[in-house]
Design a binder for this molecule. Structure first.
Ligand code: GNR
Ligand code: NI
Length: 171
């Protein structure tokens, strides 16, 4: 397994649209294993392939307290979303140290393929629902800060660019 580099906002590669996986084979399972390792190392509760510059519809999630219940979603599709919405304070490994409220459907139903290419469907609420929607957005090239006001997003962009410059200066 190997750790992958997580892209940071406002990297334009975060806005690429991921393509469906054609066959779930060992190549895909290697990507899943590397993504899981990267997510646990961060640590984060989810990771979309887009964030590690792989533009295929692959998501890993672990919302368990012990971080020992890996969930894998290949070619995820939204089947249903509740009319009821809920605001949640979100963070993102691609926008480190920024947190803000985003309103999304409270409950969702998603279908996907597992690591063996077998279809499954789940109904999600709470953190799993928020995280799944956050990750599916990544696969469409959307980062959560795009739900925030223009002013907030601009401030985040400027800070991230400044921080990137500082990091270069330290080398
Ligand atoms: O680690 C993460 N935590 C989180 C908290 C609230 C809402 C969404 C998330 S996902 C995030 C990891 C990440 O950036 N996934 O793309
Ligand atoms: Ni994210």
């Amino acid at each position: 397994m190997s750790l992958l580099t997580v892209l940071h906002y406002p990297d334009p590669r975060l806005h690429k649209v991921a393509k469906p996986v054609a066959v779930v084979d060992d190549r895909v399972r290697k990507i899943v294993a590397d993504m899981a390792e990267t997510m646990y190392d961060a640590p984060g509760v989810g990771l979309a392939a887009t964030q590690v510059d792989i533009h295929e519809r692959i998501i890993v999630i672990d919302v368990s307290e012990e971080q020992n219940q890996l969930m894998v979603f290949i070619n995820p599709e939204l089947v249903w979303a509740s009319a009821e919405k809920k605001a949640w304070r979100e963070g993102c490994l691609s926008v480190p140290e920024f947190y803000d409220e985003v309103e999304r459907p409270d409950q969702i139903q998603v279908k996907a393929l597992d690591v063996n290419g077998k279809p499954f469907e789940i109904k999600a609420d709470g953190l799993l629902s928020v995280c799944l929607q956050h990750e599916m957005d990544h696969l469409l090239g959307k980062v959560f800060v795009e739900y925030l006001s223009f002013l907030k997003r601009n401030r985040i962009s400027l800070k991230m660019k400044k921080r990137a410059k500082e990091l270069v200066g330290q080398r």
